[in-house]
Design a binder for this molecule. Structure first.
Ligand SMILES: NC(=O)c1ccc[n+]([C@@H]2O[C@H](COP(=O)([O-])OP(=O)(O)OC[C@H]3O[C@@H](n4cnc5c(N)ncnc54)[C@H](O)[C@@H]3O)[C@@H](O)[C@H]2O)c1
Length: 419
């Protein structure tokens, strides 16, 4: 029987979306080009944090199936594309997965079908990249024969308050009718929909949201660098500024940004703007500051290692938390990798502790993993708190015998050095 919904790309976005659709009673199938992903899900194993094995098993029980066979698209009422939009080696937008997904849909497109792009991309992707591929491959016309929409995903992995159901969702269509069909689809499992004027506005809104974080993180990072140079306590500055009940949104400095959204999405905006003769100056300035933060942490750690051990070579450093975000098992683009590489290059003996990461490789080397936090801290010359996992909160890290470089402003104690 044809699926009501086919989700293309069963990753951090597609799998939670499938779960939400299944829970709303939609007959849902998932299509993914990765055999590993398909096999795992078919055997009831989740590879995405925030979706547990029991939930995958429950989805399978009510008819969800994952497949790498594009024939699953045959007769589907709605197709949602959630494939990756990363960067090429040269740092440019890589739309190859979106293009491949659109070509696969085109082969099975039928009149009345709703196709939604959820992958983040630059303004014009739905109209100028996806639409021609669908129309050329099918001979059908968007807005006349089938409906084409863009609806960016706002999922925040690890967020226990805001989920797919209660986070307002932006919806847009190539025509008003396309948008209407997309609204009808999403309103089955999303509480509040915000209809954009067109797909370009919705695409731009998503990039603005993530660029807003990017630029503001860069701002507090630069303020932190200045405060360090001038002997001002950045964490007290932030504490004071955040007491303003209006006109100030707090952001925290840190060792650098990571993940597949915040470091990547502004590149989509900047390169698209450049190709249209527009120079985004704030983005360039933010990128410059953000790219300096891992090296700043390395330099601060090397100073402490030299104080503790006489020289960095052979000194023992323990990295606490190597994921890019607190309490998620995601190390994509994590700044911890660059920091570890810098410390290794200086000859330090680098270990890590992270309850979420079983293996952490840096430049082809697997770092030794500390199982017991107290033992590892007793053994280290310097510990560097990189990620604010909840498990570190009650640990009195500042009381350990080793020096602690705290990049998150959490620890107190005479041996603690703040970012
Ligand atoms: N991860 C997030 O928190 C988040 C939040 C909002 C938006 N987004 C955006 O959503 C999109 C997907 O991100 P993600 O984090 O889920 O990626 P992901 O890497 O976790 O998952 C993508 C999945 O798509 C599959 N895939 C690749 N090419 C395919 C194809 N041609 N057909 C079918 N499947 C294919 C991959 O095998 C993978 O399983 C990206 O554009 C991303 O920027 C992500």
């Amino acid at each position: 029987m044809a699926a009501e919904l086919v989700v293309m790309g069963l990753g951090h976005v597609g799998l939670p979306l499938s779960r939400a659709a299944v829970s709303a009673g939609l007959a849902t199938a998932g299509y993914d080009v990765s055999e590993t992903v398909v096999k795992g899900l078919s055997n009831g194993r989740s590879h995405v944090g925030g979706v547990c094995d029991a939930e995958v098993a429950a989805m399978l029980d009510v008819g969800f199936r994952a497949t790498d066979d594009p024939a699953v698209l045959e007769g589907a009422q709605t197709v949602v594309i959630c494939v990756p939009t990363g960067l090429t080696e040269g740092g440019l937008p890589d739309l190859s997965a979106v293009e491949a997904a659109a070509e696969a849909v085109a082969a099975w497109l039928h009149p009345g079908m709703l196709v939604v792009l959820e992958s983040t991309s630059y303004p014009g992707t739905t109209e100028d990249v996806v639409r021609p591929l669908l129309e050329r491959g099918s001979g059908l016309r968007a807005g006349e024969d089938f409906h084409l929409a863009f609806s960016p995903q706002r999922i925040d992995p690890g967020n226990t308050t805001w989920n797919i159901h209660n986070t307002p969702k932006i919806v847009s269509g190539c025509t008003a009718l396309c948008a209407k069909h997309a609204v009808a689809f999403y309103s089955r499992f999303v509480d509040q929909l915000v209809v954009a004027r067109g797909t370009r506005e919705a695409e731009m809104a998503k990039l603005l949201e993530n660029t807003y974080r990017y630029v503001n993180i860069a701002l507090v990072d630069e303020v932190a660098l200045f405060c360090h140079q001038t002997g001002i306590d950045i964490w007290d500055v932030l504490h004071c500024a955040a007491s303003k009940p209006f006109g100030f949104a707090p952001f925290s400095p840190g060792p650098g940004i990571g993940g597949h959204c915040i470091p990547v999405d502004p590149r989509y905006l900047a390169t698209r703007a450049e190709s249209q003769g527009f120079a985004f100056r704030t983005l360039a300035a933010a990128q410059d500051v953000l790219s300096r933060m891992p090296d700043h942490v390395v330099n601060r750690a090397l100073t402490l290692l030299t104080e503790a051990h006489g020289r960095p070579e052979g000194a023992r450093v323990l990295l606490l938390g190597v994921t890019y975000k607190p309490d998620v098992a995601d190390i994509r683009e994590t700044p911890a990798r660059r920091i570890a590489a810098g410390l290794l290059a200086a000859g330090a003996d680098v270990r890590y502790h992270d309850p979420y990461v079983a293996e952490f490789t840096v430049g082809g080397r697997t770092l030794p993993r500390a199982e017991n936090l107290q033992d590892a801290m007793a053994h280290a010359d310097v510990a560097v708190l990189l990620q604010d996992h909840a498990c570190y909160a009650g640990q009195a890290l500042g009381q350990a015998r080793c020096a602690l470089l705290d990049t998150r402003g959490k620890a107190v104690g005479s041996r603690v050095t703040l970012l």
